[in-house]
Structure formats: structure tokens, C-alpha cells
Design a binder for this molecule. Structure first.
Ligand code: K1U
Ligand code: ZN
Length: 223
């Protein structure tokens, strides 16, 4: 049976929601205890792995989530999937708060898209695993997503606007899909070629990214 742990004791997933292990009002204290993890960069083949569902929300899972928040805030990014830090688990962290707003950390464990709208919307997406590359992607404008929260409680969210876009982008990551898979083959091939070249120049070192002096523009936008 799936379980979560509170104070070292196992508790069933889907049980009564008693407290938030992740308290946004104490975010600074959490960040202090977190560790930054390396973000996988295209063409790392691990980005194509289909991540496995979380069976147990235990101390290791919570540590991974804390590290994902630290890594996401440090990048900075507004979302992160566990596979982007090399953990093939179906976990997403998000924070869509604006600069002048308090932090709004959100965790989605084993998220499933239950419904997508026929209406579409287009957003210029970026990806921490494809740094400095942005392209417009069309996706369903609204989605309904079911997921487990940090306490193992089953929840559903009706998402629209940026939340719908970022949730779909991150759930794609859990299935080994990247936002460049939604753009034209011509653009995709060009960006993949660029990142393969950068990785070769860096000698296959993890985190290799196109050298600024060699990129077409600081904020590359392939047309
Ligand atoms: O999954 C990722 O790689 C994170 C990605 C999420 C995302 C952004 C935009 C559309 C869809 C998905 C990012 O966070 S890219 C960085 C970014 O968008 C951003 C960073 C700092 C401030 C505001 C935005
Ligand atoms: Zn991404």
C-alpha cells in the first residue's frame, strides 16, 4: 500500500489532511535546508524517460521536492519536473507568484490530465532544460488535473491561463515530451543541433549549454 510518513510514522496515502509539511510562510527556513541539483540540459537522453508514479511520500520524496523548489527558485523558473534534476518520478513543483507577491509553492504528485478544453491558447514557452530558447506553443486553454498533494491527499484543479500552460508543459516532461516537440520540425531540428554542438564543445559535461559568444542572440529565438 502507498504510504506517507509523519514524524517517522507511516500513514496511508489519501488519508485525512492534517498539516502541511511544506509551509510557504516558512519558505526561507525550508530553502536554507535545501540543496541545489543540476538541471539536465538538451540533448540529455534522460529528458526522454517516462517517469514512474510515486508509490510512497516518504522522507526521500520530501527531500527531492525541497531540492526541486530550491533548484527552481535558483534557476529561476516557474516550474520544474523531477526528471529535470535526474529523478524519474512523477513530481512537479510550480510557483507562479509575481515578483512583488508572496511565494506560492505548489506540488503536484502523480498528476493526471482528466479533461482538456477544445479552446486553445498560445504562450511563448521556455524550458530550464533548453536555456535561452523561447517559442510559441499552442495548447488547450483549460485543463482539469487530478494529483496528490504533499500529504498524499487526492486533489483536483481546474486550470486556465498560465497555470494550464505550465501544468501541461510539466506533465509533458513526466512523459519524456519537451515543448520543442510541439513546434515545427524545422525549428526543433535547429535547436537540437545547436544544443548537441554545445554539448560536444563542452566535452559532454553535464549542464553544457550553447556558449553565449557562439549563440545567434543572447535570447535565441529561432524563426
Ligand atoms: O519546465 C521548465 O523547464 C520550467 C519552465 C516552465 C514554463 C515556463 C513557461 C511556459 C511553460 C513552462 C520555466 O520556468 S522557464 C523560465 C520562465 O519561464 C521564467 C523564469 C523566471 C521568471 C519568469 C518566468
Ligand atoms: Zn521544461
Amino acid at each position: 500500500m502507498r504510504e506517507r510518513r509523519e514524524n517517522g510514522k507511516a500513514a496511508p496515502v489519501g488519508g485525512i489532511h492534517r498539516h502541511h509539511a511544506f509551509d510557504p510562510t516558512r519558505l526561507t527556513a525550508y530553502i536554507a535546508a535545501m540543496a541545489l541539483r543540476d538541471i539536465l540540459i538538451l540533448p540529455d537522453p534522460r529528458l526522454r524517460i517516462v517517469s514512474k508514479p510515486v508509490q510512497t511520500i516518504d522522507a526521500e520524496t520530501r527531500r527531492l521536492i525541497e531540492d526541486m523548489f530550491a533548484t527552481m527558485y535558483d534557476a529561476p523558473g516557474i516550474g520544474l519536473a523531477a526528471i529535470q534534476v535526474g529523478a524519474p518520478k512523477r513530481i512537479i513543483t510550480l510557483d507562479l507568484a509575481k515578483k512583488d507577491e508572496p511565494a506560492q509553492p505548489q506540488v503536484f504528485i502523480n498528476p493526471e490530465i482528466l479533461w482538456t478544453s477544445a479552446e486553445k491558447s498560445t504562450y511563448e514557452e521556455g524550458c530550464l532544460s533548453i536555456p535561452d530558447y523561447y517559442e510559441e506553443v499552442e495548447r488547450p486553454a483549460q485543463v482539469k488535473v487530478r494529483y496528490l498533494d504533499l500529504e498524499g491527499k487526492l486533489r483536483e484543479v481546474d486550470a486556465a491561463r498560465l497555470l494550464a500552460t505550465v501544468l501541461q508543459h510539466e506533465i509533458d516532461h513526466l512523459n519524456g515530451v519537451l515543448f520543442i516537440d510541439h513546434i515545427s520540425k524545422l525549428k526543433r531540428d535547429r535547436v537540437i543541433k545547436k544544443f548537441i554542438k554545445a554539448a560536444k564543445l563542452a566535452g559532454g559535461k553535464p549542464g553544457a549549454r550553447p556558449h553565449p559568444a557562439r549563440s545567434d542572440k543572447a535570447r535565441m529565438h529561432v524563426v
